[in-house]
Design a protein around this ligand. Structure first.
Ligand code: ATP
Ligand code: MG
Length: 196
């Protein structure tokens, strides 16, 4: 399936990373039968088509060599959503959200709708800043998502947007910017792949 092997991290590496506030997501990579697991069958993506440097970055994050969360941004069609889905495929116990889904969960006021955000080891939040106007529900939802990941999951999360970090500050304010952009920032640079 052309998937890159993720690192198996030893206890000494884990201890060292944790001491420096870098959190490996090592557990799920200890499975010797590690293989591609299609979790979102209806959305096509191939880990082998994710740009190489981004995969390298993901490997370092998984090994606890870089700081979570990963903030991923870039122009339309460059492959961010597919990359986020591929990362979910590569990790155990992962979940994939977009901002609308989080808003729905926020409004439902059913604590069970929130549970998946807290009890998955790996979580992706897509479509941040997807609209021209920022609604207050959006700010609340993103804040609650990020706070949940921070509180329960050592900030292990991937945030995906078309906007550079400075624009996030402008759109959502410093508190959201602080939560989303306090870890590793990566700009996806490729062309619009929808255009062929
Ligand atoms: N890893 C991949 N595997 C397979 N196809 C891919 C991959 N990356 C990109 N593509 C192709 O490029 C198209 C656009 O990718 P994607 O939806 O991930 O872009 P995006 O950066 O999320 O765009 P937007 O900012 O508009 O949401 C996909 O529909 C798919 O056809
Ligand atoms: Mg997308």
């Amino acid at each position: 399936m052309g998937i890159e092997k993720l690192p198996i991290v030893g206890q000494a590496d884990i201890d060292k990373a944790m001491r420096h506030g870098f959190h490996p997501i090592y557990k799920r990579f200890h499975d010797p039968d590690f293989e591609f697991r299609p979790q979102f069958e209806n959305l096509g993506r191939d880990p082998a088509l994710v740009e190489r440097n981004l995969m390298g970055m993901f490997n370092s994050l998984a090994a606890g060599k870089r700081r979570w969360p990963l903030y991923l941004f870039g122009a339309q069609g460059c492959g961010k959503t597919c990359a986020g889905l591929a990362m979910c495929d590569m990790t155990f116990n992962s979940c994939f959200w977009d901002v609308d889904l989080v808003i729905d969960a926020l409004f439902s006021r059913n604590p069970y709708d929130w549970k998946p955000i807290a009890n998955h080891e790996f979580a992706v939040l897509d479509e941040i800043g997807g609209r021209d106007q920022v609604a207050s529900a959006e700010v609340d939802a993103i804040k609650k998502f990020a706070d949940t990941r921070e509180r329960f999951c050592n900030r292990v999360a991937v945030y995906i947007s078309n906007h550079a970090p400075e624009k996030i500050k402008e759109l959502y304010g410093e508190r959201i910017h602080s939560r989303l952009c306090c870890g590793t920032i990566y700009k996806v640079t490729g062309k619009d792949r929808r255009m062929g």
